[in-house]
Every structure is written in C-alpha cells, then in structure tokens.
Design a protein around this ligand. Structure first.
Ligand code: KG4
Ligand code: ZN
Length: 344
C-alpha cells in the first residue's frame, strides 16, 4: 500500500510549523517563529501569535512544498493541531487546514498537539522504532505533561501535568527575575555553567509524601519561582550581590530533579523501561544529562529526538496523521473547532 503524503499544520503557540511527510519519512519541516515579537513582553502574547500565524501561513506552506519537492496537488491528506494550545493561534491553523482540505478535496485529520510531540519520535530515523508502552515527558513553554503511551493512534493516557506554570514558563519567569532576556531557558542554561547546583536548595514542587496520592505525577513550578524571587529579595535587602550563576544552577537543578524523578517514578510504577522526552525545554543540557544518567541507572532507556523535531513543528503533526491513516482511522469531519484544553 502506498504511503500517504501528508501536510501538517501546527499553530498552537508561537511557531507556525508546516511539515510534510510520506508515511514515516520526513520530507520537510519549516518553522516560522514569532518569538522575537514576544520578547519585550517576556512571554507569548496570544493575539500577537495569532496575527503572526496568519502572516506566516501562506509563505510557510510554499516553503515546505518547495523543500519537499512536491506540489499541493500531490498531497493525500491535510493534518492540523486542533488543541491544546492558545485558542486564537489554533484557530488560524484550523481555518487554513479546512480551507486547504476543501480546496484540494482531500481528507482532513485534526490531531492532538501532545500526541503529536510523541509522534515526532517516528521521524527520527537514527532511532530504532518506538516500542510500546512508553512513558513520555513533554516539557515546553506551554505544557509540562507526563504520559503513558500504549498506542500512539488510540491509547495515550495522561498521568500528570503542571498545575500552574509550564517548565519552560518557569525558566522564562526566573530569567526575568534575574534580569536575563527572553526566552529564559537558554539564558539560564548559559548562566548556570559556572554556578554550583547545590548552592541553594530550592523546593521540588508536589514532591512531599502528602502529595503522592493526588499529585504523584503532577508538577508545580510557581512556588519555585516565588522561592527564587524571595531568595533574591532577601539577598538584596542584606546588601549582598546576587550570585546569578549559583541561583541559575540551583533553580535549574530543582526543575530537572523534579522532572526526572517523577518521569522515572512513572517508568518504575508501570514497569516501562522506556522514556521519551519532547518539547523545547529538552534543549536543556542538564535535563538531557540527568535524565540519561539516572535513566541508565534505573534500567530505563531515554529517547531524545533531534531538537528540531522536539520543539513545536508541523512535521510531527503530519507524522501522527500518517500513522492514523496507515492504521485505518477515518478522517475528521469539518465540524471541529479549536479546543484550547483538548484532552489526549
Ligand atoms: O517547545 P518550545 O520551543 O515552544 C513553546 O513552548 O512555545 O519551547 C520553548 C520553551 C521556552 O519556555 C524556553 O525558555 C524553553 O523552552 N527552553 C529552555 C531551553 N531552551 C528553550 N528551557 C530550559 N533550557 C533550555 N536550554
Ligand atoms: Zn508543544
């Protein structure tokens, strides 16, 4: 059977991602980001992101087709992220996808952004095929979720998620407190290089024994952020200079520790020796190293796809739709909208 040629559209946050795949083969993955436009606000501004998607959509589609060396008429199906994400941003992608599908008279697949992140692994041709079940930890500026994946195309279980800020958001907010520019993740990573990760013991959110029942796999980063702010305030009030490198390293350690601990806890509890990482925060060197080392010690193989497939992109959305098509799933009807809180 012929492998479907799928064009995927991703607009859930600030990346306009257009990807084209043929079955499990990546043909193109163009990403236009409006990050620079959000920098002066210290975080993604939904309205600004939506407008940027609208402007980037057509040129991005053209660029993706060119890179893949296919024409629009060759496309077998259109895929789009219908949620979760920023409502206004999602609507731009959903509208464009519907227009394309109707215009081309091709099937349309509405897919879940988080499951899309897992599908990114399929396009990593350096890796052996993903085995099931697998635990997945998705960490970005918009989400922090721990999932148990039984089957990519039908059975993905949400084990836990952040109850307040996303991990990347915490990096961005703490960077701001430290006077570092947006996005904060790379800045903190850089500042932490010369710092001592054990200098300050910042709290690990939802890790108390009393949290184990209700929030065993959930995350919380707002208390950590407040704790960093308070520590700095006290330091400044005492007239001492702020040791930025130590604060950055200690904060990063707290985030990484709680992410890896909970993910490996889930692997152990469900007897799953596989952990897949995804989302923009996995660019963090310390997170990659700690997850890999502690995973190895626990007998868990940690999979980290290339960064371009881990940050938000359209190729992962196309890849998921291709899996749905190849496993016989019906396309979506045109009657779906953008759902900012779409469950997995
Ligand atoms: O997946 P992503 O590119 O897109 C959105 O969430 O929109 O993730 C971006 C997030 C930002 O919050 C950024 O600060 C964070 O990922 N990030 C990092 C690093 N690089 C990017 N966080 C920690 N360490 C990094 N090296
Ligand atoms: Zn994402």
């Amino acid at each position: 059977r012929r492998e479907p040629l799928v064009l995927g559209i991703e607009t859930s946050c600030d990346e306009t991602g257009i990807g084209i795949v043929r079955g499990r083969t990546l043909l193109s993955n163009t990403i236009a980001s409006s990050m620079d436009e959000h920098a002066r606000f210290g975080g993604v501004v939904p309205e600004v992101a939506a407008r940027a998607h609208l402007e980037a959509m057509q040129p991005s589609i053209e660029a993706a087709l060119k890179e893949a060396q296919v024409s629009l008429e060759d496309i077998d199906a259109v895929a789009v992220t219908s949620g979760p994400g920023l409502a206004g941003a999602l609507m731009v992608g959903v509208g464009a996808a519907k227009a394309l599908a109707v215009g081309l008279d091709k099937p349309l697949y509405a897919v879940n952004h988080l499951v899309g992140h897992i599908a990114a692994d399929i396009l990593d041709d350096a890796a052996a095929p993903l085995e099931y079940p697998t635990v997945a930890l998705l960490v970005s500026g918009g989400h922090t979720s721990l999932l148990l994946v039984h089957d990519l195309t039908g059975n993905v279980e949400l084990l836990g998620e952040t109850v307040d800020d996303a991990a990347g958001e915490a990096f961005d907010k703490v960077a701001r407190i430290l006077g570092l520019p947006y996005p904060g993740g790379p800045e903190i990573d850089r500042a932490a290089v010369t710092g001592d990760p054990t200098a300050i013991r910042f709290p690990r959110g939802l890790s108390r024994a009393s949290d184990r029942e209700k929030h065993r796999y959930d995350f919380s980063f707002s208390g950590l952020k407040t704790s960093v702010a308070r520590w700095i305030e006290q330091h400044e009030a005492a007239g001492q200079p702020v040791p930025v490198a130590d604060v950055a390293a200690s904060f990063r350690e707290a985030v990484v520790d709680v992410l890896v601990t909970k993910a490996l806890d889930a692997c152990q509890a469900y007897g799953v020796p596989r952990l897949l990482l995804g989302g923009g925060v996995i660019a963090n060197r310390r997170l990659r190293d700690v997850a890999t080392a502690r995973g190895a010690a626990a007998g868990v193989t940690v999979r980290i796809p290339p960064l371009r497939l881990c940050t938000d992109n359209g190729a992962m959305i196309a890849a998921l739709a291709a899996e749905l098509i190849m496993s016989g799933h019906e396309p979506s009807t045109l009657a779906f909208g953008a759902d900012s809180t779409l469950p997995v």
